[in-house]
Design a protein around this ligand. Structure first.
Ligand code: TYD
Length: 210
C-alpha cells in the first residue's frame, strides 16, 4: 500500500516539532511504520546545507537562500521522503515547501511562482498529502521564542518580531488558498491538547488511523 506524506508547518515557537514527533509516535503505536524527518535537513547532504543556511556568520541574499533550501529539499525528497512513501510508510516532516513560500517568499523578495518553479525543478513538484499548519497568536509566539532561544537564536530564528508576524500571516494565507491540502490546528494548550486536534485532523482528512 502507498504510504502518506504529512508535513507540519508554522512559525518558530508554535510547537510543530513536538507535534510532529508525537504524531510519528502515535502512528507507530498503531503499527503504522512512520518516518520522522525535518527540513532543512534529513539527509547528510541536506544537513550540510542546513549548516550553511543557519550559520550566523553567513549572509545569504533571498535568492541564494531560496536555492539552497530547494537544493536541500531535492536531496531529501529523492533519497528519504519519496522512497519511504513508496515503501508504504507514513512520512512526517517538520517543515517543507510551505516554509520556503512563507519565509523566502513574500513582499519584495522571491515570488511564490518562483519558489514553486524551484520546487518543480528540484523535486518534480512533489507535494504532501496533508499539511498541518500549527498556529499560535503573536504574543504567545514571542513568549515561547524568548523562553526557548534567549539570545541564542539561529540566523533566521533571530529575526525581528515583525518579521515573524509576517511569516505567520503568509502561512495563514497559504492555508486559506489551498484548503484541500492544508488543515489549520490551534497550537494553544498543552502538547496533549494539540496532539488530540492533530490526530482528529489526520483521521478526518486521510483516514486509516482510528
Ligand atoms: P529550525 O531550528 O529547524 O527551526 P524550527 O524549530 O522553528 O523549525 O530552523 C529552521 C529555520 O529555517 C527556521 O527559522 C525556518 C527556516 N526555513 C526557511 O526559511 N525556509 C525553508 O524552506 C525551511 C524548510 C526552513
Amino acid at each position: 500500500m502507498e504510504g502518506r506524506f504529512i508535513t507540519f508547518e508554522g512559525g518558530e515557537g508554535t510547537g510543530k516539532s513536538t507535534q510532529a514527533r508525537m504524531l510519528a509516535d502515535a502512528l507507530e503505536r498503531k503499527s503504522i511504520a512512520a518516518v520522522l524527518t525535518r527540513e532543512p535537513g534529513g539527509t547528510p547532504g541536506a544537513e550540510a546545507i542546513r549548516g550553511l543556511l543557519l550559520d550566523n556568520a553567513l549572509d545569504w541574499n533571498a535568492e541564494g537562500e531560496a536555492l539552497l533550501f530547494a537544493a536541500a529539499r531535492a536531496d531529501h525528497v529523492a533519497n528519504v521522503i519519496q522512497p519511504a512513501v513508496e515503501a508504504g510508510k507514513w512520512v512526517i516532516c517538520d517543515r517543507f515547501l510551505d516554509s520556503s513560500r512563507a519565509y523566502q517568499g513574500g513582499e519584495g523578495s522571491i515570488s511564490d511562482a518562483d519558489i514553486m518553479t524551484l520546487h518543480s525543478i528540484g523535486s518534480r513538484g512533489y507535494l504532501p498529502d496533508l499539511t498541518i499548519l500549527v498556529e499560535v497568536d503573536d504574543a504567545e509566539r514571542e513568549a515561547r521564542l524568548s523562553a526557548r532561544d534567549g539570545d541564542e537564536s539561529d540566523r533566521i530564528g533571530g529575526k525581528s518580531a515583525t518579521y515573524h508576524a509576517k511569516v505567520a500571516a503568509r502561512f495563514h494565507a497559504l492555508a486559506e488558498a489551498e484548503t484541500q491540502r492544508f488543515v489549520i490546528v490551534d497550537g494553544l494548550g498543552t502538547p496533549e491538547d494539540v496532539h488530540a486536534r492533530v490526530l482528529q485532523a489526520v483521521q478526518d482528512r486521510l483516514g486509516g488511523i482510528s
